[in-house]
Design a protein around this ligand. Structure first.
Ligand code: NDP
Length: 256
């Protein structure tokens, strides 16, 4: 019917909302450090343990994503299934394995952050899952052309960097310890936050391999979220450790 709003239009507007949120988040996070980890501070209302918070706020990226994905008309086709597998591989590890690798130090995450992260994950799950299994077009030939191969390669490299960087951090403390140490080795030779660099690469790769606005919006939001955090972390390291390596950048090797 003429004048009827289609789901494709709604999806497009929500992608624009995501870009707007990324711009807002970027400015806000340059002004205020998200209050968790080394920037934990009081005054943000009720809190949850770090481990429970991660499990709760990342769950929609697995569960809501899967529910929306399997409601799509093309959910059982080859390329959408491969993209689904790539997404779920990352988020199942992040939701179920990663929280148990965190060494609990008694730090907590404000509920308000948990709620914001849940809302973001639900929106992001809808945008990406609906696109790959219903609104987008991914014929079998999608697997060969340059965008898929280049994007998948960037994503895999990003994942490896992220995993290695997180492992280095988790091994810096013995059980019961809460202090901070200068991380060394791997990409820590170049940047203070290779875990964030890897994460940014992963979702940039996703945007390229899906060649979608939904994927691009997620990659931009990841950058908007992690770049300010990396700059703040880098500044924090320099202030805390007088012998902090001079040549190390914040997050993108040789750039920033
Ligand atoms: P951090 O680097 O802040 O911390 C990770 C863990 O390592 C924490 O347990 C932290 O302890 C510990 N740690 C960090 N630095 C040191 C140090 N110098 N010495 C000893 N221990 C240290 O990472 P985040 O918690 O921000 O992120 C964790 C993962 O989640 C990363 O892989 C990141 O890429 C991903 N992430 C993804 C986002 C996205 O937008 N897609 C958003 C945020 C995170 P403590 O808590 O005491 O500081």
């Amino acid at each position: 019917m003429q004048g009827e709003v289609t789901e494709l239009q709604v999806h497009f507007w929500l992608v624009l909302v995501m870009f707007a949120l990324a711009a807002q988040a970027f400015i806000l996070l340059l002004l205020v450090n998200a209050p968790y980890g080394r920037f934990t501070r009081a005054g943000w209302g009720p809190t949850l343990s770090t481990r429970s918070a991660w499990i709760i706020f990342e769950s929609p990226a697995v569960v809501v994503f899967a529910a929306i994905y399997f409601s799509g008309d093309y959910a059982w086709e080859r390329v959408p299934l491969i993209l689904f597998g790539i997404w779920q591989f990352h988020y199942i590890l992040r939701t179920i394995i990663f929280p148990f690798r965190i060494r609990e130090t008694g730090k907590r995450i404000p509920m308000v952050m948990v709620v914001v992260a849940i809302l973001f994950n639900v929106l992001n799950a809808y945008l990406n899952a609906r696109w790959i299994s219903h609104l987008g077009d991914y014929p079998d030939t999608w697997l060969m052309p340059a965008p898929f191969i280049a994007g998948a390669s960037i994503s895999v490299v990003g994942w490896l960097i992220n995993q290695h960087a997180d492992r280095v951090l988790f091994n810096l403390r013995k059980p019961g310890e809460t202090h901070y140490v200068i991380p060394q080795g791997g990409m820590y030779r170049q940047v203070s936050c290779p875990n964030y660099f890897g994460e940014i690469l992963e979702w940039t790769g996703w945007a390229i391999m899906t060649w979608s606005l939904a994927g691009l919006a997620f990659a931009v939001l990841t950058l908007a979220n992690l770049l300010p955090r990396a700059l703040a972390t880098h500044k924090w390291y320099r202030a805390k450790f007088p012998d902090y390596p001079e040549s190390r950048r914040a997050v993108i090797p040789y750039v920033v």
